[in-house]
Design a protein around this ligand. Structure first.
Ligand SMILES: Nc1ncnc2c1ncn2[C@@H]1O[C@H](COP(=O)(O)OP(=O)(O)OP(=O)(O)O)[C@@H](O)[C@H]1O
Length: 216
């Protein structure tokens, strides 16, 4: 699977002039992480919103977004098969750990109901969170919640992943471990990934190309 942004440009309709906030041309191969770095306000979050199908007023986009050869620009967010991981885990507080992951599995409909619990237990075990399926999410540490958040994103079987400052809220030790672990998981699944970050160390750890946006 590849994620291709073909002259994807984001405009702020309220800004004077016709210059886009940013314009990106990139083809991200299976298992590759491309990092986008740029100053605050350069449009990084808006770019991820556009790819996920969540771009809102006052922004508009031109150009094309492809998954392999399929144009996904006109699909609603839930049909795009794009997984997003944010700097906050955004787990559902009223559900336990296992239910958070099961929620994503139910949505993707690829895993039979009878297999969900076994699959969830295996996923949790693989990230050092065995036997935590019934724990309330608020009882987990920040690093543990971050792991569950990635498992939930992956449980939806995305075809590509977007990372929005994924490590910025973690303490320095957890951040190092999470970087290693997240990039291993994405590589293992051969997912094309686009990461937005302020942190050069994140981009270096990702090991792929780095796109530096000009000052706005
Ligand atoms: N709802 C909005 N209405 C008008 N302007 C907005 C809106 N949301 C963001 N902007 C502006 O659009 C520009 C791009 O914002 P965006 O959040 O995409 O940038 P960013 O690069 O992700 O910034 P940061 O690194 O600070 O998160 C900024 O100048 C911002 O002030």
């Amino acid at each position: 699977m590849t994620l291709k942004l073909d002259n994807l440009a984001i405009y702020n309709k309220n800004s004077a002039g016709k210059r886009p906030l940013l314009e990106v041309n990139v083809e991200i191969k299976a298992g590759e992480v491309v990092s986008i770095m740029g100053p605050s306000g350069s449009g990084k979050s808006s770019l991820l919103n556009a790819i996920a199908g969540q771009l809102r007023e006052p922004f508009k986009q031109t150009g094309c977004i492809y998954l392999n050869t399929a144009l996904i620009d006109d699909l609603p967010p839930y049909k795009r098969k794009i997984g997003v991981l944010y700097q906050d885990p955004l787990l559902f507080e009223h559900m336990n750990v296992g239910e958070n992951i099961a929620f994503a599995m139910v949505q993707n409909k690829q895993i039979a109901a009878s297999q969900r619990q076994t699959r969830i237990a295996a996923m949790l075990e693989s990230v050092g969170l065995a036997d935590m399926a019934t724990r309330p999410v608020h009882s987990l540490s920040g690093g543990q919640q971050a792991r569950v958040a990635l498992l939930r994103t992956l449980a939806a079987s995305p075809s590509a992943v977007l990372l929005d400052e994924p490590f910025s809220k973690l303490d320095i030790n957890t951040r190092g471990q999470m970087r290693k672990w997240v990039f291993e998981q994405l590589l293992k699944r051969q997912l094309p990934t686009l990461m937005v970050t302020h942190d050069k160390q994140d981009a270096i750890a990702a090991g792929g190309r780095i796109i530096e946006l000009p000052p706005c």
